[in-house]
Design a protein around this ligand. Sequence first.
Ligand code: ZN
Length: 416
Amino acid sequence: MTREIAARISEARLWDRHMAMARHGATAAGGVNRQALSPEDVAAQSELIQWGAALGLVAATDPAGNLFLRLEGTQPEEAPVLTGSHLDSQPTGGKFDGVYGVLAAFEAVESLVEAGVRPRRPIEIVAWMNEEGSRFAPGMMGSEAFAGLRSLDEVMAVQDADGISVAEALASTRAALPRLPEAALRRPIAAYVEAHIEQAPLLEREAKTIGVVTGIQGKRTFRVEVVGQDSHAGTTPLAERKDALLAATAIVQRLHALCAAPGPQVMFTVGRLVVEPNAPSVVAGRATFSIDLRHPDQPTLERLGDAIAVTCEDARGPCSVRITELVNAASLEFPAAMRDRIRRIAGDLGLPWLNLPSLAGHDARQLHSIAPSGMIFIPCRGGVSHNEAEWAEPSHLAAGARVLAELIAELASSVE
Ligand SMILES: [Zn+2]
């Protein structure tokens, strides 16, 4: 039976749907600007719901604004298999980030239907609300609320730059869409699978079509405030200064050396430095900088993150230093059984695959906390993403959908 469903995946149909979705929020430069809960997002959701209706899928939404299209199983009371991603984009986003996971899921379900397969478990295609965090920060709000990792009240209260809250934007979205039945948050899920473009160049470089995603690299972010003393640039002897900028740069150098030591997988970035009073003839009294630290391996991430305070202390000179940790998202590993399935199916389909971690965050992080989850990557040109030039080959989009189709068919027929 494997391959029979995959064989029905239509490369042309999948491609056409990408181009159709890309019209909602199309930018002059060929990209997409589709902010969460915007009129463009509504138009995209609306089109997806129509496609679903034509296929006999039942649409529903939950209190967090996540959208579901359900293919009923022979055992409707069983927990569903969920598959999808997001429809929102960055302001200068591309045609594939997020959308691909939703459309690959759709194509997979359509192939199942065409193959005459009635899955035991229901299968639901999902479009998570506000994955990007571009209009409403932070991202992945919809999946966080769904997984019970963030309260609905907290999500609803977040405002965009114009002071419009998620609650208000969601109300206008609901008013503009057909009336949909409400699905519950935190309901039991049998499994979650997300297909996505890689957003990095590894698959392309290795000439592999399918990325078997081992896990999602974690991230720790910090704010470091170095406090010295404002003083006269012409009269204060060097030896007596408490120069916060000098201390901050020394600390950054030391942190960089610390993080570079374990090898190329460590991502260490100081992307923001604010100097006060930031005047040419005043010794800086205060320097505040950001740290963004990432590594796919949790023990390494933990060790490096925990060494930051000591390193700052060692390099601070005559200044004082205060460190605040802002984000601590652990690196996670998807269940081996899920990765084995993806590898086996890719092998059966004759698709070259590669094990690789996801360097970017995805909704699968949230779902991993409540259900066996996994991700399938496909190459994107030059690894370019969050960019209007983002590009994926039609044949690669179809290949990922083939693996996904066989995978969800398996998961929806499994008894555990
Ligand atoms: Zn995405």
